[in-house]
Ligand binder design. Structure first.
Ligand code: CUA
Length: 184
């Protein structure tokens, strides 16, 4: 416990112990190796999403998402009447995060490729797709674009995994994946 000053006033000129040097070197080299391997993980292991990111004004993003929803809403759901949006296969899909919701609900067709756009209208949220466990940070001012092809039909939950205030735990969304020709 360092409650007294060091005996040698110029303590930093003392040699570092050999064991400590060895461990610092190993940790440093491991860090460098892991840094380089991050690129490799985009191609193998299915761990990193190869997404794109663009700067966007939150208001502009909201307008785009709402215009897309207006065009492709197939029904409304729940007490809040949240729209369920079914975009054309191969097209752009918009979802936004805000206190405290993921908007809108999406309905995608299995086996079709989509460009999923994600952004936040207020502050940082975390997009966590369950149960497949795909995770992305969602920031205001940045539009993340994922090219994805849903492979299995089902109901997927979106939970917020960045603490964002008192309503954080209620911030859940939904994505339906339906078999070709099914759904609305
Ligand atoms: Cu949004 Cu936590």
């Amino acid at each position: 416990m360092a409650i007294h000053p060091p005996e040698q006033r110029i303590w930093w000129q003392e040699p570092v112990a050999r064991g400590e040097i060895v461990w610092i070197t190993i940790a440093f080299l491991w860090g460098v190796l892991m840094f380089c391997v991050m690129i490799w993980w985009h191609f193998t292991g299915q761990q990193n999403l190869s997404n794109e990111a663009y700067r966007v004004d939150p208001a502009t993003y909201a307008e785009r998402a709402e215009a897309a929803a207006e065009e492709h809403t197939v029904r409304e759901e729940g007490d809040t009447g949240i729209p369920v949006v079914r975009p054309p296969p191969g097209g752009d899909v918009y979802m936004y995060a805000r206190l405290w919701e993921w908007w809108p609900v999406l309905e995608l067709e299995q086996g079709q490729q989509y460009r999923l756009h994600l952004s936040s209208l207020d502050w940082q949220h975390g997009f966590s797709l369950q149960p497949v466990n795909m995770n992305l940070q969602v920031h205001p001012g940045y539009e993340m674009v994922l090219t994805l092809t849903p492979t299995e039909a089902g109901t997927y939950g979106v939970v917020c995994n960045e603490y964002c205030g008192v309503g954080h735990h209620t911030m859940v969304g939904r994505i339906y994946v339906v078999a070709p020709g099914q759904g609305d």
